[in-house]
Design a protein around this ligand. Sequence first.
Ligand code: HEC
Ligand code: HEC
Ligand code: HEC
Ligand code: HEC
Ligand code: HEC
Ligand code: HEC
Ligand code: HEC
Ligand code: HEC
Length: 403
Amino acid sequence: MNLRVKQQIVILISLFFLGSLITVGYIESERLLPKKKAKAVVTNKNLGCVKCHSEKSPGIVVQWKESRHAALGVGCMDCHQAKEGEPDTWDHEESLVAIVPTPKDCARCHEQQAKEFTAGAHADAAKNIGRLDHFRGAAAEGSAPAAGGCQKCHGSAIKVLKGGQLDPATWPNTGSGAINPDGSKGSCSVCHSRHQFAPAQARQSDTCGKCHLGAEHPQIEAYGESKHGILFRSRAAEMNLDSAEWIAGKDYTAAPTCATCHMSQTKGQPVTHDVGQRIGRALGPITSIKREGWEKKRKNMQSVCGACHGPEFVKAAFVQYDAILDRYNEKFAAPAEKIMAALGKGGKLTKAPFDEKIEWTFFELWHGNGRRPEELARRFVSNFIPEAEALSPGIAARFLKGK
Ligand code: HEC
Ligand code: HEC
Ligand code: HEC
Ligand code: HEC
Ligand code: HEC
Ligand code: HEC
Ligand code: HEC
Ligand code: HEC
């Protein structure tokens, strides 16, 4: 090979390496530089709102400009529009506006999400306020604090004042089952903070932890202390949270969030806005029952785990979970329910709820700190059984036999 040919080969190889370096450099800088935001499109009907609110409440307009909605020309009036004669129509700066855009407004463009959300438990959360637990809350704290406290998570019935503005006793409220002036149920801003409506924010567990916390429903605490929560915190930057598509095992593998398991896409399942679709058992009632169609729902959940765990591991994790619930049902829930029924039949309890001490003790078996195993056992043995025995001697032996 003569010198000339050698020189040409060296030049070619050098050019190839230079080219690769430039390409890699470009890709890396694209990845590391902040994403270019698409420009907000302000259509005619939104021009007035955007202009004036940029001065009066600039935060709202900046957040909107950062949203995907803005880039696509979906503006203020697409969500806030109202018609003459609707219950919450407010005549505002020469436009008819509704202050609270509801799932019905979103449904004009997001029919599927609104349908699923409305079918699920979140949209119905206000109806629970009338149940027995509420009686306890109202009895213990008076109705105002009970209502205010409960409604922050469960939702309020939003009342409209004359002229279209809202009653401050009932709004602001983004409780999960708010009853809206247009008759629709619930609030999409429970998880989608306005006005960015960014999926990256909804996918984080803190979004859910706003309500799913405390002794009654300590999901955020349980998550935070689990391997999943620990790994999420240490590897949050690798979670690809603002990816358009967010499939466990494909777009991220570091850890699951609440949304991963209960809502987000997997290889075999689309996003669901009905958070009950992957839950097999109900943990709310004293006896943990299997839900309608529980096998399918259980399979849905197991297929989420399958993105990151092997099938035998997943099966075993659920064997452990079911065993704990079955043991609890058999050792505490079933005898307690039977004892209460027998006391009722034997004339030891009136029909009115919560007028006997033991009704509170029974309720507290599986509420508040009663949800912690050692506290449940203590309350059962030291409070519930002695109180039942005092009302009807020998009753415990009838229902605890052999246990
Ligand atoms: C000329 C200024 C101006 C224009 C134009 C304007 N707004 Fe407002 N808007 C305000 C001010 C000031 C307030 C707060 C005071 C009030 O209640 O009137 C407000 C309040 C609101 C509220 C909340 C009400 C509340 O009780 O907190 C909404 C929702 C709203 N505007 C939406 C819109 C929409 C949608 C448009 C476009 C059709 C629009 N605004 C146009 C100035 C404006
Ligand atoms: C994608 C739908 C959507 C768009 C677009 C939108 N909003 Fe809203 N806006 C909402 C929702 C949802 C709420 C929360 C209502 C509630 O539940 O209280 C809200 C609340 C508000 C409020 C009252 C709450 C507060 O924080 O003061 C104002 C004011 C408001 N929007 C103004 C605007 C303006 C101005 C624009 C355009 C720049 C706009 N919105 C665009 C959905 C939207
Ligand atoms: C006029 C139509 C319209 C209305 C009304 C509307 N949206 Fe949207 N929304 C869109 C479009 C279009 C997209 C982009 C869809 C896509 O990228 O495939 C979008 C995207 C979204 C996204 C994903 C954003 C992202 O960054 O990927 C969320 C969340 C969302 N909308 C929530 C809402 C909520 C909540 C409401 C009601 C308060 C609402 N939208 C009302 C048209 C609308
Ligand atoms: C911090 C938010 C929050 C507050 C405040 C709150 N709840 Fe809840 N509540 C929840 C969540 C979250 C659930 C769902 C728990 C689950 O499924 O594990 C729930 C579930 C319930 C249930 C259903 C339990 C079942 O048997 O399925 C009732 C009834 C209830 N709450 C009543 C009330 C009442 C009454 C108050 C006020 C005294 C109240 N809640 C206050 C968040 C809250
Ligand atoms: C309990 C929390 C929660 C509520 C309530 C909620 N969303 Fe979502 N939403 C999410 C999460 C989490 C995602 C992201 C799913 C994923 O990983 O892609 C999402 C994604 C979306 C998207 C993007 C497209 C998609 O389906 O992935 C739209 C549009 C949307 N939501 C609309 C709505 C509307 C409209 C409502 C009210 C009817 C609503 N959401 C209520 C949590 C919620
Ligand atoms: C504003 C408060 C609030 C937020 C935020 C919230 N939830 Fe809930 N959630 C509730 C309440 C209240 C219930 C109980 C509804 C009932 O049983 O009436 C509930 C129930 C549930 C259930 C049980 C559903 C069923 O069918 O029994 C699941 C699962 C759930 N939420 C998951 C989530 C996830 C995941 C997120 C975040 C992406 C989230 N929630 C955000 C208030 C909230
Ligand atoms: C690794 C997956 C995973 C994560 C992460 C996760 N969950 Fe769950 N969740 C489950 C499973 C599994 C069940 C029980 C399913 C069954 O009974 O079949 C469940 C049950 C629930 C229930 C139902 C309780 C009832 O009353 O029946 C609620 C509410 C809930 N989770 C909320 C949350 C919230 C909020 C977070 C985040 C703080 C979260 N979950 C994180 C897998 C997960
Ligand atoms: C996005 C990936 C991902 C998903 C989805 C996921 N996990 Fe995990 N899980 C992990 C990782 C990573 C660990 C940590 C393993 C370790 O520390 O060695 C883990 C740990 C665990 C552990 C603790 C194991 C131990 O050795 O202590 C259990 C139990 C578990 N997962 C169960 C589940 C169940 C059940 C589901 C579905 C309901 C699920 N996981 C869904 C990623 C995931």
